[in-house]
Write a protein that binds this ligand. Structure first.
Ligand code: HEM
Length: 148
């Protein structure tokens, strides 16, 4: 009986050290950006919206912050691809893969537009940035029309 209990303790101890090792590896992994990204599509979209609203297209003195917000929108658009919108999940199985591919392609487009807008802000080309800002809003409207 004593040996049996000892055996259980050894198993428990090695299991916990494995868990500790795994936990240690997660702790040292350089993942601040990943942990900062929202955990749902809804929250990701909210964050995109907040970043859009923070942009002051007509104020070139704000261009460093404008460019950062534009980069964030691009990152968030790419992050949105890791979720399946409810509208797509509800589709018949045969339609889902095609719809999901279309959804992801549209977000790639949005991410590219936001990246171009960041570049325009960095060049202090606010006229180009304003056109790209309008384009983003048009892409948002189209994306919501199809997938929201
Ligand atoms: C700059 C571009 C975009 C902005 C600022 C934006 C913003 C938002 C906001 C604020 C919501 C939440 C609305 C609510 O409270 O119900 C939302 C939801 C959603 N958006 Fe976007 N969006 C953008 C582009 C897109 C694109 C391109 C797509 C698709 C290709 C898309 C798909 C969706 C979907 C599926 C939802 C519903 C998410 C959910 O609540 O489950 N959005 N978006």
């Amino acid at each position: 009986m004593f040996k049996f209990v000892l055996g259980l303790l050894v198993i428990a101890a090695s299991a916990s050290s494995l868990a500790q090792n795994a936990f240690g590896r997660i702790q040292v992994a350089p993942a601040p950006l990943v942990t900062a990204l929202p955990g749902s599509l809804h929250d990701t979209m909210k964050a995109m919206s907040k970043a859009m609203k923070s942009i002051e297209v007509g104020d070139a003195s704000k261009n460093p912050a404008n460019a950062q917000a534009a980069d964030l929108i691009s990152d968030l658009a790419l992050h949105s691809k890791s979720f399946v919108p409810d509208e797509v999940a509800k589709m018949p199985a045969g339609e889902r893969a095609g719809a999901l591919a279309g959804y992801k392609a549209m977000l790639d487009e949005t991410a590219a537009t936001a990246r171009q807008m960041a570049a325009a802000f960095r060049k202090n080309d606010n006229a180009a940035a304003a056109r790209l800002y309008d384009q983003l809003n048009a892409e948002k409207k189209r994306g919501h029309g199809e997938y929201k």
